[in-house]
Design a protein around this ligand. Structure first.
Ligand code: 2P0
Length: 350
C-alpha cells in the first residue's frame, strides 16, 4: 500500500490527535530558492540550501472543530484576514483531503519574529502548521512527508522542518501531480565543525513593495539573467555541499554571498525591475567588505527585502554585530545560530 493511502486509512479510523501544537523556526537560504516550475504544487526551479535559526520561533495549535462551518484562524491573538487567512484555509483543505476528514479547525499561531524583521515568517509559519495539522488530522507523516506538505503552504517552509542545514530538492515538474509532488522535499545536510552565526541587520522594518511570490514570478518570466543564475546556482550548490562537509566557513560564505547577490541581479534585470536593496543595505554590505579586508571572515546574504544577514563564525558574531550597528544605527541587530527542526510540543492538547 502506498504510504499516503496507508496514512489516509489510519486517519479515517479516527487516529488523529484532534488537538496538536507544534513549534518551528525560520530559515535563511545560503543557496536561494527563486522561481517556480509549478506554482500550484510549489515546485521550485532550482535546489536550495538553508540554515534553520535558533531564534524567532512560531508556535501553532490546531484543534479540530467537528460541526463548525468554517475554519477559525488567529495570528498573534487577532483574527487572520485577507491573503494570510486564505493561504492557511487552502492549506487546511489540502490536509483534510489527505486525511479524508471534513472537520473544520481552530488555528492559533504565535509568531515571535519582530514585525518587519525581514524574515519570512511563512517558512516557520507553514512548517509549524504542517506539523500541528498533520498530527491533529492523524496523517501520521514522517519528516520527509511533512517537508513536502509544508512546501504546499510556502516553498521555503519545506526546509524549516529540519534543523541545522537543509537541502530542498527541486524535484521534477510534469508527470502526474503525485509524481511531481513526491519529488520535491528537503533533507538535512551535515556540516562539519562550522560553528556559524547569522547576524541579522534590520535596516528597514517597513512592508515590502513587491511580494517575493510576485517578484520571483516576474523574474522568471522577464529577466534575461534568470536562466544564467539558475545554471550557476547548480554549481554553487555542489561547491556549497563540499564546503559544508569540510567545515570551510570562508568558502561557505563566499558561495552564499555570490549566490544571493546573483539572485538580486536577476531581479534588477526583470521588467519592470524589482529592487529590494536600499542605501542602508549597501552601507551594511560595505561594512562587511571592510570587516573582511580587516581579517574577519564575514559574508552577506539578502532575501526579498532590504535587510542583510551576515554569516560569520560564532566567536566573531558580537564584533560583527557591533560593526553593523555602528554602520546602520537605528536598526535592530539579532544574532542567530543553527536551530532545531519543527517539532510537536503536544499531540493531544494537554
Ligand atoms: C529563500 N526566499 O530561498 C528565498 C530567497 C526569498 C529569497 O523563499 O511563494 O515565501 O510561498 O513559495 O517561500 C521566499 O519565498 O515563497 C523565499 P512561496 P517563499 O529563502
Amino acid at each position: 500500500m502506498h504510504t499516503e493511502q496507508l496514512v489516509r486509512s489510519r486517519a479515517k479510523g479516527g487516529g488523529g490527535a484532534q488537538d496538536a501544537t507544534a513549534v518551528a523556526h525560520p530559515n535563511i537560504a545560503l543557496i536561494k530558492y527563486w522561481g517556480k516550475s509549478d506554482e500550484r504544487l510549489f515546485l521550485p526551479r532550482t535546489d536550495s540550501l538553508s540554515m534553520t535559526l535558533d531564534i524567532f520561533p512560531t508556535t501553532t495549535r490546531v484543534r479540530l472543530a467537528p460541526g463548525a462551518g468554517h475554519d477559525t484562524v488567529t495570528l498573534n491573538g487577532r483574527p487572520a484576514t485577507g491573503e494570510a487567512e486564505r493561504r492557511i484555509v487552502a492549506f487546511l483543505e489540502l490536509v483534510r483531503e489527505r486525511a479524508g476528514l471534513a472537520h473544520r479547525a481552530v488555528v492559533d499561531t504565535e509568531n515571535t519574529v519582530p514585525t518587519g524583521a525581514g524574515l519570512a515568517s511563512s517558512a516557520s509559519g507553514f512548517a509549524a502548521l504542517a506539523v500541528a495539522a498533520a498530527a491533529a488530522y492523524g496523517l501520521g507523516y514522517d519528516a520527509t512527508a511533512l517537508s513536502r506538505l509544508a512546501r504546499r503552504g510556502s516553498g521555503s517552509a519545506s526546509r524549516s522542518i529540519f534543523g541545522g542545514f537543509a537541502l530542498w530538492h527541486a524535484g521534477r515538474a510534469g508527470g502526474t501531480d503525485q509524481e511531481a509532488d513526491l519529488s520535491s522535499y528537503a533533507e538535512p545536510v551535515h556540516a562539519a565543525d562550522l560553528d556559524p552565526a547569522l547576524v541579522i541587520a534590520v535596516v528597514n522594518a517597513g512592508p515590502k513593495a513587491v511580494s517575493s511570490r510576485e517578484a520571483m514570478r516576474r523574474t522568471v518570466d522577464t529577466s534575461p539573467l534568470y536562466e544564467p543564475w539558475a545554471v550557476s546556482s547548480k554549481a554553487d550548490l555542489t561547491e556549497m555541499r563540499a564546503a559544508l562537509s569540510r567545515g570551510d566557513l570562508e568558502a561557505v560564505g563566499e558561495i552564499a554571498e555570490r549566490n544571493a547577490l546573483g539572485m538580486h541581479a536577476t531581479m534588477l534585470a526583470a521588467r519592470p525591475a524589482v529592487r529590494y536593496m536600499s542605501p542602508a543595505s549597501l552601507t551594511v554590505l560595505d561594512t562587511v567588505l571592510q570587516l573582511r579586508q580587516d581579517g574577519t571572515p564575514a559574508y552577506v546574504t539578502m532575501d526579498a527585502g532590504p535587510n542583510v544577514k551576515v554569516l560569520c563564525r560564532r566567536t566573531d558574531a558580537d564584533r560583527v554585530a557591533a560593526a553593523v550597528r555602528t554602520a546602520a544605527p537605528g536598526g535592530a541587530v539579532h544574532i542567530a545560530g543553527p536551530g532545531e527542526g519543527a517539532r510537536l510540543l503536544t499531540g493531544d492538547g494537554r
